[in-house]
Write a protein that binds this ligand. Structure first.
Ligand code: MN
Length: 165
């Protein structure tokens, strides 16, 4: 079911687990009846950003959102798709030491469950993923839409609130 033959390889390659308190993590398959989790971490790295993570296929798919989410549907927020993180990263808060990847403070800013609208694998491939969030701060319908072209270096998306019915 995983989208990658080596889930979390990029995650592990970027980090030295002797130096960072972040979880080394592993691919975890949870029962199909388990609600999918999401988390947003506020991360004071070299630049402040928010990491938006959606559980799918045993990992947390992740986007770095420089300005964080906006509740105004007209306000589209840049979201750079980054490496998958382990599920247990969703509970991580702490200090990534200087000189380590992403050095700085991380807190959990929001957490909850999410429900894809339609097939999430197809949505990801098509670059249009709509979903419902049941968080403490973020609720209702939201959408991620890919705006980058295949040749682009960064996998850029926009993240925004959709109007609820
Ligand atoms: Mn980050």
């Amino acid at each position: 079911m995983s989208r990658s033959p080596a889930p979390l390889k990029r995650y592990a390659e970027k980090r030295n687990f002797d130096s960072t308190p972040e979880p080394s993590g592993r691919h975890v398959s949870r029962g199909r009846d388990t609600a999918l989790s999401f988390v947003i971490q506020k991360h004071w790295a070299s630049r402040l950003h928010y990491d938006f993570r959606l559980e799918l296929d045993g990992v947390l798919m992740s986007w770095a959102v420089p300005k964080g989410p906006s509740f105004d549907p007209k306000d589209k927020r840049m979201a750079i798709h980054v490496e998958d993180h382990p599920i247990e990263y969703g509970a991580f808060e702490g200090e990534i030491p200087a000189k380590q990847y992403g050095a700085g403070t991380v807190i959990v800013w929001d957490r909850g469950t999410w429900e894809p609208i339609g097939d999430p694998g197809a949505g990801l491939s098509a670059g249009k993923l709509a979903f419902k969030l049941n968080g403490e701060k973020l609720v209702g319908l939201w959408e991620l839409v890919r705006i980058s072209k295949p040749a682009d270096k960064r996998d850029a998306w926009i993240f925004f609130k959709k109007r609820d019915a």
